[in-house]
Design a protein around this ligand. Structure first.
Ligand code: 6R9
Length: 648
């Protein structure tokens, strides 16, 4: 499209930015020409106990898939995020914490961070946590969540953060898969003026058959609410008081695991994405510095939750490795009202804000007034992550929030990629609303057709990455075969992202969304298979199929087709019960938006559900259903179209 709006780099950025266009072009070309040399050089940003001499050892298959970076290097990630800043930034703020209530906030210096993390490292050791042990974190957005991640890294334990909005069952599944014997949680969390029963959820999870092996639960007192107390429970504050503040960082190999983070795929249960130490911290810190054009002293805010990868890489690890000032927000953008984010920006004089399109769309609906109540003069740069941003939301973010002075970095990446792969560098690129623009240094994206042939020039296709980068996931925890199958079998020898994309004549990438059965609900990934298996676990359900449909605020909504078991009546009460059931089984984010009764589901003669047809019906686009003649029972389609009419 030749007539797309183009937003050039603002004049005020010239000479101020870390990377301008000329430098990007030269450095990108060099990073591809001598990829190993480039990443050898970048590794120097990290303090190594033993500097790596073996930089890259990668195979994307087909015979053997392995990914190793900086293999003979030794380091401690926590020491890189904390200890090494003590020399010149001990009294600088490391974390700005803003509570759910606007009356509660505090700043934690690097000195304080060092003390808290060291004490907690000793608490964990005293609990029996050793190198390589998996510690599950189920926590609200309080500083203790960051302390816990860093304390694990300090002693060589592997954290597995489970989003505090997930259900006891979802938590139990992750504890079981990670064979985790330790849990850190809080009595309750605050969110949007309400409390979340975290400890009660942990208790429920630990009754599930697969999670009964958990030995100890460390509990932060956040609300003081009533909770049940068990023999395995320990108060965080009591343990911390007793602990020494001297905890030398463990010597770790670059390829030792740093964390596991579960994410949804197109089939089966969520996968434990495994990230390791050296490559991850090089990549998270480098991308944080360049994508956000981070200068020393900038006050930076990523408004994500540590339960997602964005919180790992761009609240905790990337910023802290850079000695940055990072913000943690416990609340939600609409509490107490829709002006909250901008009030927080003024209160803490923040320069950079990074959030999700779903939040931008929700706030846009409330009009300009709640934004204009704030000054936002401190803001210099805005960011977006989690899903494609529609140009309308982009323009509003740019015009109203950023008053046309702040570039927007639309950052495309995944849990699997560890850090941002495609994004503008704000001083280097004219922006087009809705485009993540161009690859980061060292990243080689390509678009392929169904057969895996690379398509050149302005075109559209499935997005693959041709070569590795240090932040790439190493394996699926406990299931390397699933790793190979999921990412390297569709297009042998290439990493398949699961996303589709378009590339325009200027070489800009436009991510069009998932091409597999993964939903993106408010920027959060959910597998249709997980929701379907929750539904069929209900006795009233014989069969279920789940698809996404366009949703004004959430990006995608969840549309479920349910075939009831014999003799069960299709009532509104049952529909409501099933929605609640999924909510309870997985968590609030998985609650179906719309439910349609289905006398049958469209299937091929071999019994495969034709989701393409179900998606079209849910999207109201019936004219283009494609060939339905191969269906086992073509009448079903007409019945479903008729049944869709009343569903809103
Ligand atoms: C970081 C994160 C990954 C999926 C990814 C894609 C979508 C993320 C995007 C985007 C368009 C962007 N996605 N950022 N789509 N533009 N800027 O979100 O990780 O939760 O693993 O989700 O999110 O579909 O494949 P994760």
């Amino acid at each position: 499209m030749a007539d797309e709006a183009l937003y050039p780099v603002p004049d005020s950025w010239t000479g101020q930015c870390l990377v301008d266009e000329a430098r990007y072009d030269a450095e990108y070309a060099e990073s591809i020409r001598d990829n190993t040399g480039y990443w050898a050089e970048q590794a120097k940003r990290i303090d190594w106990i033993k500097a790596p001499t073996q930089i890259k050892d990668v195979s994307f298959g087909p015979d053997d898939v392995h990914i190793r970076w900086y293999e003979d290097g030794q380091l401690n990630v926590c020491a890189n995020c904390v200890d090494r800043h003590l020399a010149d930034k001990a009294d600088q703020t490391a974390i700005i914490w803003e509570g759910d209530s606007p009356d509660e906030s505090k700043e934690i210096t690097y000195r304080e961070l060092h003390e808290q993390v060291s004490r907690l490292g000793n608490v964990l050791k005293a609990m029996g946590v050793g190198k390589g042990d998996v510690v599950t974190l189920y926590m609200p957005m309080i500083p203790e969540a960051a302390y816990a991640m860093l304390a694990c890294a300090r002693i060589g334990a592997v954290h597995s953060v489970v989003f505090a909005g997930f259900s006891p069952d979802a938590l139990a599944g992750r504890i079981e898969d990670g064979r985790s014997r330790f849990v850190i949680t809080a009595d309750e969390g605050y969110r949007g003026g309400r409390t979340i029963a975290l400890k009660t959820n942990v208790d429920a999870a630990l009754e599930r058959p697969g999670a009964q092996h958990v030995e100890q639960v460390l509990v932060v007192r956040r609300t003081g609410g009533d909770i049940q107390w068990n023999a395995r429970d320990r108060w965080y504050h009591e343990a911390m008081e007793a602990a020494s503040a001297d905890c030398p960082p463990a010597v770790m190999n670059a390829e030792d695991p740093l964390f596991i983070l579960y994410t949804s795929g197109s089939t089966g249960r969520p996968k434990g994405v495994l990230h390791t130490s050296g490559g991850y911290i090089v990549y998270a810190s480098l991308t944080h510095q360049y994508v956000f054009d981070y200068h020393d002293g900038d006050r930076y805010w990523c408004a994500a939750d540590v339960g997602w990868v964005t919180g790992h890489s761009y609240i905790v690890y990337g910023p802290l490795a850079n000695g940055a000032i990072t913000t943690m927000f416990e609340g939600v953008p609409t509490y107490p009202d829709a002006g909250r984010l901008w009030e927080v920006v003024d209160k803490h004089q923040l320069n950079i804000v990074y959030t999700a399109p779903t939040a931008i769309r929700a706030l846009m609906r409330e009009g300009d007034e709640p934004v204009k109540r704030s000054s936002r003069k401190s803001l210099r740069l805005l960011g977006s992550v989690g899903e494609p941003i529609n140009p309308e939301a982009w323009e509003w973010y740019h015009r109203v929030v950023g008053e046309q002075r702040c570039p927007i970095v639309d950052t495309w990446w995944q849990t699997e990629t560890g850090g941002i792969l495609i994004s503008p560098l704000p001083g280097a690129r004219a922006l087009k609303p809705g485009s993540a623009t161009k690859p980061f240094f060292g990243i080689q994206p390509a678009l392929v057709d169904e057969q895996g042939q690379i398509k050149e020039g302005a075109t559209e296709g499935n997005l693959v990455i041709l070569d590795s980068w240090p932040g790439q996931m190493r394996t699926v925890f406990g299931d390397h075969e699933r790793f190979v199958q999921t990412y390297f079998s569709t297009y042998p020898g290439r990493y398949f992202t699961g996303d589709g994309a378009r590339r325009d004549a200027d070489g800009y990438y436009w991510i069009t969304g998932r091409v597999d059965d993964v939903l993106n609900i408010s920027g959060h990934r959910l597998g249709t298979a997980e929701i379907e298996s929750a539904l069929v676990a209900h006795e009233a359900v014989a069969e279920a199929a789940v698809v996404g449909y366009p949703h004004d605020v959430k990006g995608q909504g969840i549309y479920v087709y349910v075939t009831t078991a014999a003799g069960v009546n299709e009532t509104d009460a049952l529909a409501a019960e099933l929605k609640q059931w999924v909510r309870k089984e997985i968590g609030p984010i998985a609650t179906p938006d719309l439910l349609q009764w289905a006398p049958g589901l469209p299937k091929t003669r071999s019994g495969k559900i034709m989701r393409r047809i179900l998606r079209k019906i849910a999207e109201d686009s019936y004219d283009n259903l494609g060939d339905t003649s191969t269906l086992a029972d073509p009448e079903v389609v007409d019945q479903l179209i008729a049944g869709h009419e009343g569903i809103t």
